[in-house]
Design a protein around this ligand. Structure first.
Ligand code: SAM
Length: 219
């Protein structure tokens, strides 16, 4: 069941570890002003994405699901001067808000937004070099499709992170059979059989209850 009382207070990242951040706060503010849904990763998760990208020395990153660019900014900041991130987004309005946020953050030159259904745009990607890190955070029924594309595009030793895989415990509840939950389960079942990767799911807690991400290492 959802954790009822003050999960934000349980988390120590926001009160203790994060400094005020103008570009990230601006991205959330403009997203809200333009009526985008409030479904960006949390500040703590955004920082984790940044740290993973730094830790593996990522130079090329792919993201699926841009929204207003909050997670993209966290990831792009981890890149070296010649690093690059490609982020795929369905909605033109979201892409426009995100692009303005990338300008404000001084990161626009490092980020390409590709607009359209990712199931159609990702297969068209033919990068000169493979990606080091892929972050999947779009429509959940297509998780497996995005994972298959991510594997096509990532290097050996790369990392794929998939968000929202716990869904307040619904993924593990046999009584739950929404499209989103089925999409997450399909990916997890696939991962279990996929001998090219090792994966684990880490549950997280935040303002919206509890959820989690799956961390996948590609051999
Ligand atoms: N990663 C963002 C962040 O943390 O700041 C949040 C992304 S939000 C959870 C999911 C995004 O995926 C939305 O902006 C939505 O429009 C986009 N999306 C939904 N279906 C999509 C599709 N078929 N192809 C590409 N993007 C899609």
């Amino acid at each position: 069941p959802p954790i009822p009382a003050g999960p934000a207070a349980i988390c120590t990242t926001t009160p203790f570890l994060l400094r005020p951040d103008d570009a990230l706060e601006h991205a959330l503010k403009t997203s809200e002003e333009h009526g985008l849904p409030k479904i960006a990763v949390s500040a703590a998760q955004g920082k984790l994405l940044n740290l993973v990208a730094k830790s593996i020395g990522a130079k090329r990153i792919l993201e699926v699901g841009t929204l207003g660019g909050y997670s993209t900014i966290n990831l792009a900041r981890a890149l070296p001067a010649d690093g690059h991130i490609t982020t795929a987004e369905l909605q033109q309005k979201h892409a426009d808000v995100a692009r303005a946020n990338f300008q404000y953050a001084g990161l626009a030159s490092k980020i390409d937004v590709i607009v359209g259904p990712a199931a159609e745009t990702l297969p068209k990607l033919k990068p000169d070099q493979p990606f080091d890190l892929v972050f999947i955070d779009a429509d959940k029924p297509s998780n497996l499709t995005y994972y298959i594309q991510a594997k096509r595009l990532i290097r050996k030793g790369g990392v794929i992170i998939v968000d929202n895989v716990v869904r307040n415990g619904r993924t593990a509840d046999p009584a739950e059979n929404t499209e989103d939950v089925i999409g997450v389960r399909k990916l997890l079942q696939h991962l279990k059989e996929d001998k090219d990767v090792d994966a684990t799911t880490i549950a997280t807690v935040g303002e919206k209850g509890f959820d989690g991400f799956t961390y996948i290492y590609v051999h």
